[in-house]
Design a protein around this ligand. Structure first.
Ligand code: KG4
Ligand code: ZN
Length: 357
């Protein structure tokens, strides 16, 4: 039995979790900063970093207490090393280093995207996983289609060339005067709208596995701004209602925008699964909480679709502990020289080990 303490602080959630053998969650504590960032309409990096510093000790203590264990029961500390916000990553990594050094525990740096992939290992299932699997990772910072050919073996088939899917949700929500985070707000609003009221662009459709969402965001902006040259919202600010056309139907725009996002995500992921002979199709990351995406993927996928339970879609440390467990099994170890990697791409564990040598 191997018990891993996972720590996550790459963005705006401070998380700590205790997971046994990469699949059994003993505890999973998440301190969300959503309320702090809502006033800015997005994550404010300096504020995020400070909030992590304030929360991390209590969150780790709570995770150990909830699991009914002490640090003496922990076999290794796994922590998100990247990608993410530098100031936020530093808090988790330094805290993990301190714990590992103080207790003589192995330290395992985990890729945040790999963490999202391993959230699917925490899902109860009655049949074993048969590779290859195709996973769509969609969050506020990422939109990637990943081919998984074994534990820790990844090929990134495609990713976004501009905005991430969740980022597009957040930006469009701001244009529509909806609160942060935009994903759940748009999903709720879209339920009362028509997905065919507007025809928004499906960028790069039929063309490889890369995504582009910035043209879609601009198309929404054009649809909602007044026809005459009115004042534009400054960068980082939402439109005020006086800057929006008064004849727009917000639920219709939300539903039509969501249909465009879901269409491209589903098209490309289903094609990737078919072309690579995937046995299953997984969706992970904050946007995987979206019911419209889940339903469309399930309807159009030729193979079973698996999604994490809601609380494992958004950032959490249980998925980091699960990914850390498999890195630990592979013999992957970091030491006190481990540094944050804010732009760390998702690479296979064996390549990460070679790079580290
Ligand atoms: O994975 P996550 O918690 O953090 C990152 O790694 O970025 O994802 C957060 C993102 C936000 O952009 C949020 O708007 C989006 O996930 N999101 C959703 C939904 N719930 C969260 N997007 C669409 N529909 C949802 N229900
Ligand atoms: Zn994430």
């Amino acid at each position: 039995m191997t018990t891993i303490l996972g720590i996550e602080s790459s963005c705006d959630e401070t998380g700590a979790a205790v997971v046994v053998d990469g699949h059994t969650i003993l505890s999973n504590v998440v301190a969300s900063q959503i309320d702090l960032h809502a006033q800015y309409g997005g994550v404010f990096p300096e504020v995020a970093s400070r909030a992590h510093i304030e929360a991390i000790s209590a969150v780790v203590r709570q995770a150990l207490d909830d699991a009914g264990v002490t640090l003496g029961d922990i076999d290794a500390v796994a922590v998100t090393r990247g990608p993410g916000l530098a100031g936020s990553l530093l808090v988790g990594v330094n805290y993990a280093k301190g714990l590992a050094l103080g207790r003589g525990l192995p330290l395992v740096g985990v890729n945040h995207l790999e963490g999202h992939v391993y959230s699917l290992w925490l899902v109860e299932r009655d049949t074993p996983i048969v590779f290859p699997v195709v996973c769509l990772i969609v969050s506020g910072g990422h939109s990637e289609i990943v081919l998984i050919t074994g534990h820790g073996e990844y090929t990134v088939l495609g990713s976004t060339i501009d905005d991430a899917a969740g980022e597009a949700y957040d930006k469009v929500a701001r244009l529509l005067g909806l609160p942060y985070p935009g994903g759940p707000a748009i999903e709720r609003t879209a339920r009362d709208g028509s997905a065919t009221a507007y025809h928004f662009p499906r960028a790069l459709s039929g063309d490889g596995y890369n995504f582009s969402f910035s043209g879609l965001k601009t198309a929404v902006l054009r649809a909602v701004q007044p026809p005459h040259e009115g004042p534009r919202p400054a960068k980082g600010e939402g439109m005020t209602s006086s800057q929006r056309r008064d004849d727009i139907n917000v639920p219709d725009v939300a539903a039509s925008f969501q249909a465009a996002v879901v269409d491209v995500l589903v098209d490309k992921t289903v094609r990737a699964a078919q072309e690579h002979g995937a046995t299953e199709l997984w969706i992970a990351g904050g946007v995987s909480a979206n019911q419209a995406l889940r339903a469309a993927m399930t309807e159009r996928s030729p193979v079973p679709v698996r999604v994490p339970p809601m609380k494992l879609c958004v950032d959490n440390a249980a998925m980091i502990a699960a990914a850390g467990y498999f890195r630990y099994l592979h013999g992957y170890r970091d030491d006190q020289a481990m540094d944050i990697l804010p732009m760390w791409p998702l690479v296979s564990i064996k390549d990460a080990m070679t790079q580290a040598e």
